[in-house]
Design a protein around this ligand. Structure first.
Ligand code: ATP
Length: 294
């Protein structure tokens, strides 16, 4: 008779201790002063079809190691630019600078010709939808997980992004459909499904610039196909930057940038780069060979 209540008390004690530790972390986070501040007369970004450009951007996280050296490229309004390169080449860093998590040491980043340093961070970030490599799912329904992209979204808007993210067939098979609980204590989603939820979320935000940071995890060919279609549909009508690990995802990109040790070493369309027979071509051949192997 005494074992169960004592066991329960132990459980409650552990839960409370865990929660207190989390509250402590939260307060530490809130107390941090942000390094990047808006300028006094920061402008509000207003654009529906933006052009993004990097001009001779140099960057290092610390004093010593240079991560980006002289990055220059333009994503014309409504076009899709892909960034490829080895792990650690600096691809994600390019995206972090556009989102202004960090500032370039030299060079500038422009949206519609405006230096992003002169824009309010809120308005800049409201214009950028990000599909990250690792998607965090909360312990709630799939619907609420998607709605996280825009808490004010209507059910119709949610249905629309579900279609664009090619999640419809997946949701139809779930016992409770969109109401199914996902996350740590709910249904576990595969890497490909999670990334499509992230695409739906990002689309729901209604941002005009989309950043896709493709997950490195290997996918079966059905998942890869679904992601590919979702990426294609999601990029339509947006100015997009895609960090790709599987080159098959970006064959249709308007331009591909090959980054090596923080510098752009090749750029062009998929066909241009294959014809060049350089770094991209050899990366492509390696991936094709690996696909054929059982
Ligand atoms: P991957 O394909 O593995 O995601 P990547 O090309 O996106 O790699 P980045 O994440 O941009 O590479 O990292 C470039 C370099 O910067 C790496 O050497 C990494 O260790 C370093 N780096 C990344 N983030 C930080 C950070 N917050 N502080 C210090 N160094 C960092």
């Amino acid at each position: 008779q005494i074992f169960m209540p004592l066991n329960f008390l132990g459980f409650v004690y552990r839960e409370i201790r865990g929660s207190l530790a989390n509250i402590d972390k939260l307060f530490n986070l809130l107390a941090q002063v942000p390094k990047i501040k808006d300028t006094e007369n920061a402008e509000t970004l207003k654009t529906t079809n933006p052009t993004v450009s990097f001009k001779d951007v140099h960057f290092s996280y610390g004093e010593k190691r240079k991560i980006l050296s002289g990055i220059t490229f333009t994503v014309p309004a409504g076009k899709k630019i892909a960034v490829v390169g080895a792990s650690g080449a600096g691809k994600s860093t390019i995206m972090k600078l556009l989102f202004r998590f960090y500032e370039p040491n030299e060079g500038k980043i422009f949206i519609d010709g405006k230096d992003i340093k002169q824009l309010s961070q809120d308005s800049l970030r409201a214009h950028i939808g990000i599909v990250p490599q690792d998607t965090v799912l909360f312990n709630t329904s799939l619907k609420e997980n998607i709605r996280y992209g825009n808490p004010k979204a209507t059910d119709d808007e949610i249905s629309q992004v579900i279609k664009l993210a090619h999640l419809e067939a997946f949701i139809e098979k779930l016992p409770e459909g969109l109401e199914t609980t996902v996350g740590e204590r709910g249904l576990k989603l595969s890497g490909g499904e999670k990334q499509r939820v992230a695409i739906a979320r990002a689309l729901l935000k209604g941002a005009s610039i989309m950043i896709f940071d493709e997950a490195t995890s290997s996918l079966d060919s059905a998942s890869e196909k679904a992601i590919l279609s979702a990426l294609r549909d999601a990029a339509k009508g947006h100015t997009s930057l895609v960090i790709a690990h599987r080159l098959s995802t970006i064959i249709d990109a308007d331009e591909i940038l090959v980054v090596n040790e923080g510098a752009i070493v090749e750029q062009g369309t998929h066909d241009d780069l294959l014809a060049k027979d350089g770094e991209y071509a050899s990366l492509w051949q390696t991936q094709q060979r690996n696909k054929l192997e059982p």
